[in-house]
Unconditional design. Structure first.
Length: 270
C-alpha cells in the first residue's frame, strides 16, 4: 500500500512553464499594455493623429511626384504608415524604461506566471498598435488618392509587410530601452526616425537625390519597405523590394532579440 499523498487537479491550473500559462499570461500583459496606451494622450497622438496630419501636409506640399508627375500618395502613404509605426515604438520604448525604473518589471517577474509572458505580451501589443496605425493611415490615404489595386490579398500583404518591418524596429527599440541607462538613446532614435522621412524613396524618387547618395537611399530599410508596399498596392513586381525588406527585418530581429532578452533579465534583477 502506497503512502504517497495525492491531490485532485485544480480546475484551470497550468504549470507556470506550460504553453497554456504562456498564452493566458501573455494575453493579460497585452491587455494591460493596450489599456495603458489607450489612456495616454501622447501615445494616441503619436499613433493616429500625427501620421494622419503628415499624410495631408505632405500631400498638400508635394501634390505630384517630382520628375514623374505621378500622384505622390503611392509613396507618401506607405512612408507615413511605416514611420508612424516606428514612432509609436519609440514612445513605447520610453514607457518600458519607466516600468523598468519604477520596479514594475521586477514585480511582474516575481509573479507566478510564465517568464516569457511579459515579452510575448508586449510584442502582441506592439503588433496590434502597428496594425491599427497602418490601417488608419491607409484609410486616410484613400482620401488623398491612395488605392490598393490588388484587392483584399494586396491589402493583407501590405499589412503583413508593415507588421514585419514595425516589429523588427520594436525589437531594436526594446533592446535600446532596456540596456540604456537613460532615455537619450531612445530619444535620439526617435529623432533619427523623423529625419528618415526626408531621405527615402517615398518622399521623392531616388533619382532626385545627389548621385553619391542614391545607393544609400535606395537600399536603406525604410525605402525598401516603402517600395515593397507601393509595388503590392500598384500590382507591380514586388520581388526585389520584398526580399530586401525581409532581409532587413529578419536581420534586425535576429541582431537585437538577444540584446532585448538580456536587457529584460537585467531589468528584473535591478
Amino acid at each position: 500500500m502506497s503512502n504517497d499523498l495525492t491531490f485532485d487537479r485544480r480546475d484551470g491550473f497550468s504549470p507556470e512553464s506550460s504553453a497554456r500559462s504562456l498564452r493566458r499570461a501573455s494575453g493579460v500583459q497585452c491587455r494591460r499594455i493596450l489599456v495603458g496606451w489607450s489612456r495616454d494622450p501622447v501615445t494616441l497622438l503619436q499613433a493616429l493623429v500625427y501620421p494622419a496630419l503628415m499624410v495631408f501636409l505632405f500631400w498638400l506640399v508635394l501634390g505630384s511626384t517630382p520628375n514623374s508627375g505621378a500622384p505622390s500618395s503611392y509613396g507618401l502613404v506607405p512612408m507615413v504608415a511605416l514611420v508612424g509605426a516606428m514612432s509609436g515604438a519609440s514612445i513605447s520604448g520610453l514607457g518600458l524604461q519607466r516600468e523598468r525604473d519604477n520596479g514594475q518589471l521586477a514585480k511582474m517577474w516575481a509573479l507566478p506566471v510564465h517568464r516569457s509572458s511579459a515579452m510575448v505580451g508586449r510584442l502582441c501589443a506592439e503588433s496590434i498598435r502597428i496594425l491599427v496605425t497602418v490601417a488608419f493611415v491607409l484609410l486616410v490615404g484613400a482620401v488623398v488618392g491612395f488605392r490598393i489595386d490588388t484587392g483584399v490579398p494586396g491589402g493583407l500583404a501590405v499589412l503583413a509587410i508593415a507588421l514585419g518591418f514595425g516589429l523588427s524596429f520594436s525589437v531594436m527599440i526594446t533592446a535600446f530601452a532596456l540596456l540604456a541607462g537613460d532615455t537619450r538613446i531612445v530619444e535620439w532614435t526617435a529623432i533619427g526616425t523623423n529625419v528618415a522621412l526626408f531621405f527615402n524613396s517615398g518622399f521623392v524618387p531616388v533619382a532626385s537625390y545627389p548621385s553619391w547618395l542614391q545607393p544609400i537611399i535606395e537600399y536603406q530599410p525604410l525605402s525598401c519597405a516603402v517600395d515593397a508596399i507601393r509595388a503590392v498596392a500598384a500590382g507591380l513586381d514586388v520581388t526585389k523590394p520584398l526580399l530586401l525588406t525581409a532581409a532587413w527585418s529578419v536581420g534586425a530581429a535576429l541582431a537585437f532579440a538577444p540584446a532585448a532578452i538580456r536587457g529584460y533579465r537585467a531589468a528584473v534583477v535591478r
